[in-house]
Write a protein that binds this ligand. Sequence first.
Ligand SMILES: Cc1cc2nc3c(=O)[nH]c(=O)nc-3n(C[C@H](O)[C@H](O)[C@H](O)COP(=O)(O)OP(=O)(O)OC[C@H]3O[C@@H](n4cnc5c(N)ncnc54)[C@H](O)[C@@H]3O)c2cc1C
Length: 524
Amino acid sequence: MSEFDAILVGAGHNSLACAAHLAAKGWKVGVFERNATLGGAVRTQEYTLPGFRHDFGAMNLSLFAGSAFHKMYANELKSHGLEFAPVADCFASVFPDGKWFGVSTDLEKTATRIAAFSSADADAWRKLVAAFPGEAEHLFRLLGSPMGFRALAGTGWNLWRKKGVSGALDTARLLLSSPRAWLDENFASPHVKATLAAWGMHLDFAPDIAGGAVFPYLESMANQNFGMVLGKGGADTMIRALENMVTAAGGKIFTNADVAEITTAGGKATGIRLASGETHSAAKAVIAGVAPGALAGRLLPNGSGDAGFDTAMKKFRHAPGTMMIHLALDDLPNWQAGAELRQFAYVHLAPSLDQMAKTYSQAIAGLLPDEPVLVVGQPTAIDASRAPAGKHVLWVQVRALPAEIAGDAAGEIQPAPWETVKERYAERVLDIIEHYAPGLRGKILGRAIFSPLDLERENPNLVGGDQICGSHHISQNFLFRPARGFAKWNTPVERLHLTGAATWPGAGVGAASGFMLARQLAGR
Ligand SMILES: Cc1cc2nc3c(=O)[nH]c(=O)nc-3n(C[C@H](O)[C@H](O)[C@H](O)COP(=O)(O)OP(=O)(O)OC[C@H]3O[C@@H](n4cnc5c(N)ncnc54)[C@H](O)[C@@H]3O)c2cc1C
């Protein structure tokens, strides 16, 4: 048995960032990860063939690059190996009519592409881009503050001082709007609207869900203003750097260490028990980077002492699932709509708002969507080091899917467990890509398919393949993430904290939850 000041359950990037800050402040930290590899949803491995490095989950590291954690520790991270690959051609969509639209950091390029659809939309885009710094200040402040009435009041006060009542109400309205409401107000072109709305589908914001507008807004404006970054050599560059920071500061990291229970005494967390039976104690904090259901279930078998909290954790709502298809390729797809598309980090196959809305409702109803939304990542277009010379990897994210299959919206696949269905469903996905990029199948050298349940097997936080560890709909966000009264990473058990995507400010690789908690515990 070892004694630590803080024990972290799981080595997702939030836990690692939390551990790094605590260790830098002199805390003795121990991180316990059930897998052989650290990083949770941020891992890079040769899933197909030797030399082809695939990002298991997160590929876009812009949130980490722009994070408060990175701002504070940029030098340390760099000296521990962090390297980014900047992206100028960020995201695009292709359409059944043979057209495409994409956002690049060069404003003239983006605006010219928009003007080909609608000159009024090009003007609207320029106005939004010009207003973005004034808007971003408030939104990033809110997302970067511990969630409570103080943060909300502080944001409101600042908004009112800088933008007046009507300006402040406009920002509040943006936060409450659905993607479609915001897009319809600002743009006329269905192509432009669909291209931006696809970002809502990276989370669980289909076009008509209130609270979703801010994601397409922030992603498109941030990409236009700052571009995007990938990890050089793979997204795991950030995990290796975090790991090195923790160990260099004296922290200990254990892999193949499945935490079976958080031990408590007198209403306080005292440590952990591993599945192997080994125990470890923590004098100041146990920090669980797990899904809420696991915290109130497996990890606290006798409950937290607060039945309301336990019920809220067990009823925490997960979003629909994701399938990941990793391809090793002889060459990038030949997008029929335009050769320029080969240089984009992401190509979305999400041709209309109605298609996205339909896909989402099919998934929620337990159906395999007839035409899923596809996010086709082309990391080797930006960073050739991830594959042997001249070869490529393709990162295909299939949104949105049911965890349990009740039927098939296309009426072709009989309901069955994912293990028996995934290959067939992957063929549907490849057919869609092939339609937009003929010849893709002939370029495939190797493939690896992860169904929603495979994602959960790889990382139990991805419940049912939910890549964001919990719906971000308004009723489970802000003051209500993961539940009312517990938005500040607190639990009813003294010294026990929850971190990670299930907690404020939610999913993504911004390390915000872990870093804000670490500052709360050990100071800035
Ligand atoms: C397919 C996919 C694509 C994504 N794409 C992007 C993207 O491009 N950009 C972006 O910003 N975000 C993306 N995300 C979201 C982002 O990756 C996650 O929100 C984020 O990485 C979650 O980090 P976390 O700290 O909550 O922990 P996680 O990454 O969920 O890691 C949790 C860790 O805890 C471990 N663990 C759980 N229970 C135990 C236990 N009992 N004992 C020991 N260890 C345990 C798990 O094994 C895991 O390693 C994506 C996610 C997925 C799945």
